[in-house]
Design a protein around this ligand. Sequence first.
Ligand code: PNW
Length: 488
Amino acid sequence: MTTTPARFPDGFLLGAATASYQIEGGAKEGGRGPSIWDTFCATPGKVVGGDNGDVACDHFHRWSEDVDMMVELGLEAYRFSIAWPRVQPGGTGEFNAEGIAFYRGLVDRLLAEGIKPLITLYHWDLPQELDDEGGWLSRDTVDAFVVYATRMAQEFGADVDMWTTFNEPWVSSFVGYGAGAHAPGHADDAEALTAAHHLNLAHARAYKAIKAVAPNAQVGMVNNCHVPRPWDPSSEGDRAAAAHIDALANTMFHQPFTLGTYPEVLKPNTAHITDWSFVHDGDLEEMHGAVDWFGINYYASHVVRHNPNKGVEVSELATLADGHKAGANTCWPGDEEIEFMPPTGKVTAMGWNVDPSAFHAHILKTHRETGKPLYVTENGSAWDDVVDEDGRVRDADRIDYLHGHLDAVLKAIAEGADVRGYMAWSLMDNFEWAQGYAKRFGIVRVDYDTLERRWKDSAYYYREVVRRRELVPAEEADALAATPPRTF
Ligand code: PNW
């Protein structure tokens, strides 16, 4: 057995991540236009508790204090997303100077503090007007995205070199258009596949547009990862089930860029759903080569099996991830005979398993399959945190999760994977999409009545990881935390 080196390599970025709709609030301020998530939240029954992003963490007003907090945490990088409807309210036409100025202030302050900004252009908040015209089912949205991306590169390209076009196109397409559990709430498998292709195409075109304006830009795509393992590895059916899920969840969103093809199993497996005529001549050639790096968002793994008697059960994952029954359609077109097995072992407040070994395996697999530099752009866990009488949040489960997953990254690096950064999800508790504010992923707690930020024990632990640039034993966490904890 080899022991994992405990230190992160020189240049490896340790940071934290957030997303615009999940933290900003200020939904009707500064000239921001409505997004599909404003509409979805206003639709009864879609979001737990009827929650919405109108106020969220009020980062729109508190961003400067939030950067103060990042400075105290010692973060080397901060991954955030630009809200398209804040900078271009209708998704086409006029840009909004006030919205652009908001991100200018944030970027300038981060740079002044020596915190590297990682910009994500699309973390799900599509301008509503574009959805009215067909959203990601329309190639016009692809064109609109390229215009928006070009303008952002003109604004920030001289100062920011790490760019992500899309956060988790699998979620946008398969949860948003397939399961109906995310905005825009459609439930149609053919639409989900169409939207996925258009997101890939938009990535490829924006990749070229951004680099034309900002030659130093390193443009990547961020994928959420499913690590589907066959229930019985000796069963051909179970292995095929896992391969189908892997193709839909993972390979579909990197192979077009590395090889210029979609995974072979997809077409036959979904022939009863679509003829794939949404892929036009030349699309795949445009995609081939259009990526500099891949982002990995990892939370949990899954065990799947072939079950011909499954009937029209809803996807286990959609149910678990979003607390919704997804209806007849699923996150997984072609999964009529694929069953997700219930998670085993320790599970988080999301009902997701804790499996750092799958994370390690997935990093190596993505390294082998893409050959590209990788960044862990999200990794973290939700737990039912409690504020103790002395004000501390003793989130030992989150610390264990962090420790185990940072160890997995170090192992993968030691075995040759080119991983260049790790962004903890999330800097602070925030709007967890269809779960509203009920699920807390932050290393910093947010009190949604007062909007006070309070460091959890995990924030102190992570600060020490960044300070030492090495894996800090989880047992040291208790002694690292302050009583009462730091608040902002
Ligand atoms: C990611 N699934 O979403 C997002 O990028 C974050 O905005 C989000 O807060 C975080 O993970 C935690 O959920 C996911 O269905 C949504 O497997 C759904 C799934 C995975 C990731």
